[in-house]
Ligand binder design. Structure first.
Ligand code: FAD
Ligand code: NAI
Length: 471
């Protein structure tokens, strides 16, 4: 039976979908959000950003307790890992935050419909409710698809989430593997590889390309690999995994040079497949309603998130652009505001990316490679954390800040940071870029002393004046 018409039905309750639902409700729309997982927050809160950051933090504390405290004059005897308690803590964090979204839905009067949504036609979403709830029809003026993404499979390798895992299984391993082989040196491989290395695993990362973190500024990526190697991670670059034999006690992974050559076998206990994610549109009924996908399976949208079918919109991981929670959230907000008649826009050049290892790696705007390719003349200002007094005080001196500014106008075009709190430091540059700041603007802004932020100011000085003070 048809229900009272909604202004907006959002399919998917991840960071894109739940933010769009709340924003639309705040702007006076009658909104429902359909989520099949049984818990709000999507990939990010349930099996992505949040549990991985909880484990990164816990494993960092463990590593500090084992190896890092001596230099501060603190002796800790008999440090012991209680993996079960560490995983329980992570689960508690996830539960608290996902329930928090349910509370926000109630507060903002968003109807939360638990079940799998399918678009029957423009204006009609059919929800197969979980359990024996049966089907329910939601009539609506607009539909927003925010169904996110899913793990990209590796041909010839079957993920069982026990010995051969995706990021989801890697968040819940029952014991620390002796040897973890990670396929893919991207965000997930390096973050989750770091977690298990800190907890005691030998970690080998196999990457198809001849570098790690493709897309990241090349100089930063090189430094990142050097630091990770120093921490104990091994890399096999320019190498591909062609199969995993799980018939024996240990997994036998066959690898061969990406460019072709003799195969070899690596024995390990756990394989983490982290070669990217793909848009998730299964069972949505897109073919029937005629919503167009691009050649990578992403829903095609215009600048206002409209698909080719009137009244149907899409945001987040399921459309083009970086697969990041904050990008999805931004799109959710802006899409709701546009439906309400407002005219905001997103500057896709100013979306930060952060890898939450120690040191963190953060970037925003253009890389040197992109500027060269576009033929834009630019200046580079660099400053190492080794010369920053706060980094020296706390003993986190690896890495540097690099600011790229246009040669002629001095306008900041990009920034790349590897170092302590890089994810926090990049925010100041994001705001500066939003306001069209020059590197001189940052250099002349008084930064508190002694802070890591002073490394940003000094890098800006290097770009604006050719020289920082403390180097
Ligand atoms: P999703 O979060 O994927 O949500 C989509 C939701 O739609 C899902 O809950 C799904 O169950 C639901 N759904 C799908 N189909 C239907 C249907 N037919 N009916 C009802 N519901 C449906 N990003 C960051 O910015 N920072 C990080 O630190 C970070 N860490 C990550 C760590 C890991 C291990 C992973 C895997 C990802 C991480 N990401 C991170 C990426 C981030 O999780 C995604 O970019 C973000 O979740 C995308 O949001 P979304 O709303 O588009 O989709
Ligand atoms: P990714 O795209 O970051 O990295 C995948 C890596 O695998 C690349 O280096 C690629 O060259 C390599 N690769 C591809 N095919 C391969 C093969 N057959 N053999 C060996 N290597 C291969 O993807 P990842 O790490 O799976 O993460 C997916 C997405 O999730 C990220 O792109 C990011 O958008 C998001 N994410 C964000 C995080 C953050 O913001 N901190 C953390 C984790 C995930």
């Amino acid at each position: 039976m048809s229900e009272a018409a909604y202004d907006l039905v959002v399919v998917g309750g991840g960071p894109g979908g739940y933010v769009a639902a709340i924003k639309a409700a705040q702007l006076g729309m009658k909104v429902a959000c359909v989520e099949k997982r049984g818990s709000l927050g999507g990939t990010c809160l349930n099996v992505g950003c949040i549990p991985s950051k909880a484990l990164l933090h816990s494993s960092h504390l463990y590593e500090e307790a084992v190896h890092g405290m001596g230099r501060h004059g603190i002796k800790i005897k008999d440090v012991e890992l209680d993996l079960g308690a560490m995983l329980d803590n992570k689960d508690k964090v996830v539960k608290g935050l996902t329930q928090g979204i349910e509370f926000l839905f109630k507060k903002n009067k968003v109807d939360y419909v638990v079940g799998t949504g399918r678009i029957e036609s423009p204006g009609k979403v059919v929800v197969q409710q979980s359990g024996d709830g049966g089907a329910r029809e939601l009539a609506t003026r607009n539909i927003l698809i925010a169904t996110g993404s899913d793990v990209m499979p590796l041909p010839g390798v079957t993920i069982d989430e026990e010995r051969i895992v995706s990021s989801t299984g890697a968040l819940d391993l029952e014991r620390v593997p002796e040897h973890l082989l990670v396929v893919g040196a991207g965000y997930i491989g390096l973050e989750m590889g770091t977690v298990w290395r800190r907890l005691g695993a030998k970690v080998t990362v196999v990457e198809f390309l001849d570098r790690i973190t493709p897309g990241m500024d090349g100089e930063v990526a090189k430094e990142f690999q050097k630091i990770l190697t120093k921490q104990g991670m091994s890399f096999r670059l320019g190498t591909k995994v062609t199969g995993v034999d799980g018939s024996g006690d240990r997994l036998q992974v066959t690898v061969e040079p990406a460019a072709g050559g003799a195969p070899e076998t690596i024995a390990c206990d756990t394989v983490l497949v982290a070669i990217g994610r793909r848009p998730y549109t299964e069972g949505l009924g897109l073919e029937k309603v005629g919503v167009r996908l691009d050649n990578r399976g992403r829903i095609e949208v215009d600048d206002h998130f409209a698909t080719n079918v009137p009244g149907i919109y899409a945001i987040g991981d399921v459309i083009k652009g970086p697969m990041l929670a904050h990008k999805a959230e931004e799109e959710g907000s802006v899409c709701a505001e546009r439906l309400a008649g407002q005219k905001p826009h997103i500057d896709y050049d100013i979306i930060p990316g952060v890898v939450y290892t120690a040191p963190e790696v953060a970037s925003i705007g253009k890389t040197e490679e992109q500027l060269k390719e576009a033929g834009i003349a630019y200046k580079v200002g660099k400053f190492p954390f080794m010369a920053n007094s706060r980094a020296r005080s706390v003993g986190t001196t690896d890495g540097f800040v690099k600011i790229l500014a246009e040669e002629k106008t001095d306008r900041v075009l990009g920034a790349h940071i590897i170092g302590p709190e890089a994810g926090v430091l990049i925010a100041e540059i994001g705001i500066a870029m939003e306001f069209g700041a020059s590197s001189e603007d940052i250099a002349r802004t008084c930064h508190a002393h002694p802070t890591l932020e002073e490394a940003v100011k000094e890098a800006a000085m290097a770009a604006a004046f050719g020289k920082p003070i403390h180097l």
